[in-house]
Design a protein around this ligand. Structure first.
Ligand code: SF4
Length: 401
């Protein structure tokens, strides 16, 4: 459902329009650094985990001034949050429950397969985590090794068994298309194994190649470290993605966002908030927040984050008030990632007072792009044509100019 509209812009959190929010908790620690990783995460001494968890609890407590909105989804991501002592995760969830009203309908924990033990899985379930996002990435050991992952194929299968035994009935699994050494055969084998495991939710990401990761830098410099020379071509990656689309659909998964599939009713409620521009609060180093009007990010460096919290100083930086034009663009760039598309007429009504001329221009472009088969308009719903979803950025550039 689209959030209520205030001040002409949708999704605004204010006292007139109380609504629920998602909460994201960032845990920026990993055991090793994967070669393709471009996140602000690090390998640090375990001694840092406890003060960090304390700092997150303090940030949560100090984040509310008056009437706090209800929290309806929680996502603990990273990094590798499953590295934390379960007691630390329990304290973070308890703090959240004591500080914000509402009982979340979805509480997700990201976990790496090799970090899961029966004790941890049982503890997570008892605290109220009801969804595990498992970073499988591939079922082929050669690919996992080259990518610097700690787990192997058998760890993934063991982890799923442990999670099922602990009671989890909502497991998401990630695969990456484009890992070094991946071939058509090895990709199909990974997808086959994933379908045997049959998680409730699947995310498939294309390998990102940029200077933010060791692998990306190596490839851009033409080197061969990290098996950079064995990265599949763009065409091969697109083929892997398309093959997975067909196989997941045949297995009963609904493709609801460019990179995400769920069995019926299993779309990620938390992640849907990002694509629908609904409010979310992020806690922890580098976490992002959006209240419907303003976006902000916390400082990235985890040591600095902890030091600032301990000093009682704000960790927020990069505060940005979203102006109508940017908000309008976000409606398309984020919303059209969803296969169901967006309610274009509602958006046109919301932004008409600010952007009347632009809306007329966009209407003309929609007509053109429809006639070329790039987008579809059914009733009020505008969406990228499913067979053009992989080139959605190019379509959006043509739509928004
Ligand atoms: S586990 Fe995730 S966050 Fe950590 S290094 Fe690997 S890709 Fe990056």
């Amino acid at each position: 459902m689209r959030p209520p509209c205030a001040f002409g812009l949708p999704g605004v959190l204010n006292s007139k329009h109380p609504m629920s929010v998602g909460v994201y908790i960032q845990v920026p620690f990993c055991q090793t650094k994967c070669t393709y990783c471009n996140f602000h995460t690090g390998v640090v001494s375990r001694d840092r985990y406890e003060p960090y968890a304390e700092a997150v609890c303090r940030e949560i407590i100090e984040s509310t001034e008056s009437a706090a909105p209800a929290v309806d989804t929680v996502y603990v991501g990273g990094g590798t949050p499953s590295l934390l002592d379960p007691a630390a995760l329990a304290r973070i969830l308890d703090t959240l429950r004591r500080t914000y009203p509402g009982e979340p309908s979805e509480i997700t924990l990201e976990a790496d397969p090799e970090t899961i033990t029966p004790q941890k899985a049982a503890a997570w379930y008892s605290f109220g985590f009801d969804r595990i996002s498992l970073g499988a990435q591939s079922f082929e050991d050669r690919e996992l090794r080259a990518a610097g992952r700690m787990h192997r194929r058998e760890d993934i299968c063991r982890a799923v068994d442990l999670l099922r035994a602990a009671g989890f009935r909502n497991i998401s699994m990630d695969l990456i298309a484009g890992l070094p050494h991946q071939t058509r055969e090895s990709w199909e084998a990974s997808v086959s194994q994933l379908l045997r495991v049959f998680p409730e939710h699947v995310s498939i990401y294309m390998l990102e190649i940029d200077e933010g990761s060791r692998l990306g830098r190596e490839l851009l410099e033409g080197g061969t470290r990290y098996s950079a020379e064995a990265i599949p071509s763009d065409d091969a990656m697109a083929e892997f993605y398309e093959s997975a689309c067909a196989r997941l659909a045949a297995a009963g998964y609904e493709h609801y966002e460019i990179s995400n599939w769920g069995l019926p009713g299993r779309a990620s409620r938390h992640n849907l908030k990002y694509w629908r521009r609904e409010p979310y609060f992020g806690f922890g180093a580098g976490a992002h927040s959006f209240d419907g009007v303003t976006r902000w990010a916390n400082v990235h460096d985890q040591a600095r984050y902890v030091a600032l919290i301990e000093r009682g100083t704000s960790v927020r930086e990069q505060m940005e008030t979203i102006q109508p034009l940017q908000a309008f663009h976000e409606e398309f760039f984020l919303g059209l990632r969803q296969l169901e598309g967006i309610d274009f007429e509602q958006i046109a009504r919301d932004y008409q007072p600010h952007l009347g001329n632009l809306i007329l221009t966009v209407r003309d472009r929609i007509d053109n792009l429809r006639s070329c088969g790039f987008i579809q308009l059914e009733g009020e719903r505008l969406r990228i044509a499913p067979d053009h979803i992989t080139v959605s950025n190019e379509v959006l550039v043509q739509l928004l100019g």
